[in-house]
Design a protein around this ligand. Sequence first.
Ligand SMILES: Cc1cc2nc3c(=O)[nH]c(=O)nc-3n(C[C@H](O)[C@H](O)[C@H](O)COP(=O)(O)OP(=O)(O)OC[C@H]3O[C@@H](n4cnc5c(N)ncnc54)[C@H](O)[C@@H]3O)c2cc1C
Length: 228
Amino acid sequence: MKVVLEEKRKENEGVYSLVFQTEEPVSWQAGQYMVLNIPHANPDDRGETRHFTISSAPFQKKPMITTHYLAEEGSSFKRALFAKKQGDTVEVLRIDGEFTLNKEYKKLAFIAGGIGITPYHAMLLELAKEKDDRDVILIYSNKDKNHIAFKDTLERLEKEYNSLKLVNIFSPRRADTNLIKEVVPDMVERAFYLSGPIRLVKAVEEVLQQLNISRDHIRKDYFPRVDE
Ligand SMILES: Cc1cc2nc3c(=O)[nH]c(=O)nc-3n(C[C@H](O)[C@H](O)[C@H](O)COP(=O)(O)OP(=O)(O)OC[C@H]3O[C@@H](n4cnc5c(N)ncnc54)[C@H](O)[C@@H]3O)c2cc1C
């Protein structure tokens, strides 16, 4: 499938969203990713394809991705992606992924590190649109407040969608056992979703194991090659 770049939008320092139009209507579930393929001259050893979570919600119809762009310090893939202009096409190899909302889970705890917020952005927009009042606690870990992505949307959703509680944490604070006990006192009743850099996801998974959260209540989305 080909998608057409409609808009490139700056989210915060170094983080951009790219919105695409599709020639045919496309459907996906909030939390799924798409695999982009961009043939380009002299690709580095990381190659010509990348996975990106679709950060827009399905009702918005236009798939969006949100990512860091490090210009010359980044990969040849990102340079090729960011060289695309409005109206240029990009090949999507597939849309897939199981990091999605399960109707059975009535109480949720989303934990994100940095750019790992992307699936939750899609999920929360979708829940609000569907007036699904499932209880969600979002713990969002960043270096500092300047690194929060989708700050305005998350704050608006917290106001409009009463079942959302947003907890921002900044370095050196971590989602450790004390924080989870404090912020998620009803942890045994919740399904935990973990998303972001591998190190963060593994660390939070260990914390949840120490807290005796059942493995069945933990879902993970690792973002390889993403720094915290
Ligand atoms: C299911 C899934 C969903 C994902 N969703 C997202 C998403 O929503 N947003 C997102 O941004 N990413 C997402 N990712 C990760 C994404 O696919 C890329 O791996 C990530 O964005 C890094 O991109 P990049 O390799 O082009 O590196 P860049 O972003 O250009 O750079 C990333 C880091 O790699 C370092 N680096 C430089 N050279 C090398 C090298 N040769 N080898 C290794 N590292 C090097 C850089 O210093 C930098 O710190 C997802 C991955 C998966 C599997």
